[in-house]
Design a protein around this ligand. Structure first.
Ligand SMILES: Cc1ncc(COP(=O)(O)O)c(C=O)c1O
Length: 353
């Protein structure tokens, strides 16, 4: 195994990279909840990735994306997401650290209250990012609004380039082959930690949105011959082509590291049963999952991503999809700033059990 670790480490080291995060992130056992659930539950704390207090999964991607931007001599970075996007906020922190100018085109799934700006949008503002909030037009789908954001960003970048700037485009969620190499590295880090701890997990659970995290994890798992099942819980509706697109992303990330295409849609397990009623809309199972983790372990997850993913994990334990006694790792991808977001995102978190 060590030879494979070394080869992958060398391939990753050959890529442009900005040092942003605090790695390795902790991996440890949740003793009290393990006893309560009858499984051995571990958590991988990518919410502690840095580089500010408000880290999360995007930092691993941004190390490679913004490393690429710096290598290309760019001075300005465009990115996209919802108004409360964790990805956009982490991109701003990373840009500030590297002296790049962040410009955000954010689509308003939840309309921000200008008199009471909260959570990630507040952090974006404090860090002085250039913010463009794009409202949906009547009859427009979410995908169409997102496409319009990208087009507005593209036109803006062309104008800035005309003034002598060099612009770098980071897609929504940092979901690109370059970004996903960060999670191939994340899986390498995890496999090394498991070896050091003598831990042989049966399952890894994580949230999936754009798919960039999952694509990298599954690619790393394949490359290093991981034995556990990686199970992703969708946080928004996914069409039937989603797994194939994740596989393509993973293969392109592998190609950047000199590895052949190895993944197909069948390598991806994506459970679509836990995001309802929709993205950034709370549900009771996630609300209960957040309270359970907070009240048994003092561990905070969020209503948009990790709360829904953890609700899926809990349901899989209760229904026996995860057999009793299994070793399960919950990959905490961050997002707890949403606990300070608008009430309509939050749900009923303060109730008694
Ligand atoms: C907290 C959190 N978890 C999970 C995800 C999903 O990651 P990905 O978009 O790489 O699928 C995101 C994406 O924004 C996130 O912010």
């Amino acid at each position: 195994m060590n030879e494979r670790f070394d080869a992958l480490r060398a391939a990753l080291a050959a890529r442009p990279r900005a040092k942003l995060g605090f790695f390795p992130t902790p991996l440890y056992r949740l003793d009290r909840l393990s006893r309560e659930l009858g499984v051995e539950l571990y958590v991988k704390r990518d919410d502690f990735s840095g580089m500010s207090l408000f880290g999360g999964n995007k930092i691993r991607k941004l190390e490679f994306l913004l490393g690429d931007a710096v290598a290309k001599g760019c001075d300005t970075v465009f990115t996209y997401g919802a108004t409360q996007s964790n990805h956009a906020m982490q991109t701003v922190t990373a840009c500030r650290r590297l002296g790049l100018t962040p410009i955000l085109y954010l689509n308003a799934y939840v309309q921000p209250d200008e008199q009471d700006i909260r959570s990630n949008m507040l952090l974006d503002r404090i860090m002085g990012a250039e913010l463009h909030v794009v409202e949906s037009l009547p009859g427009e789908t979410e995908a169409q609004t997102e496409a319009r954001c990208r087009e507005l960003g593209r036109v803006h970048a062309v104008a800035l380039q005309g003034q002598g700037h060099r612009c770098y485009d980071v897609p929504m969620g940092g979901a690109s082959p370059v970004g996903s190499t960060g999670f191939i590295g994340g899986y390498l880090e995890f496999a090394q930690q498991c070896e050091e701890l003598g831990l042989k997990p049966d399952y890894v659970y994580t949230a999936t949105g754009t798919g960039g995290t999952l694509a990298g994890l599954v690619a790393g798992h394949r490359l290093l011959g991981g034995q556990e099942d990686i199970v992703a819980i969708a946080v928004s509706p996914k069409d039937t082509g989603y797994e194939a697109r994740c596989a393509e992303l993973g293969n392109q990330a592998l190609a950047l590291l000199g590895e052949g295409g190895r993944l197909s849609a069948a390598d991806f397990t994506v459970d679509r049963d836990y995001y309802a009623p929709g993205y950034e809309q709370p549900n009771e199972a996630a609300t209960k999952a957040i309270r359970l983790l907070a009240r048994t372990e003092g561990l905070l997850v969020d209503p948009v991503y990790t709360g829904k993913a953890f609700a899926g994990l809990l349901d899989h334990v209760r229904t026996g999809k995860i057999p009793q006694g299994s070793k399960v790792v919950f990959w905490h991808t961050g997002g707890a700033t949403a606990l300070f977001a608008e009430k309509e995102i939050l749900g009923e978190l303060t109730q008694a059990d």
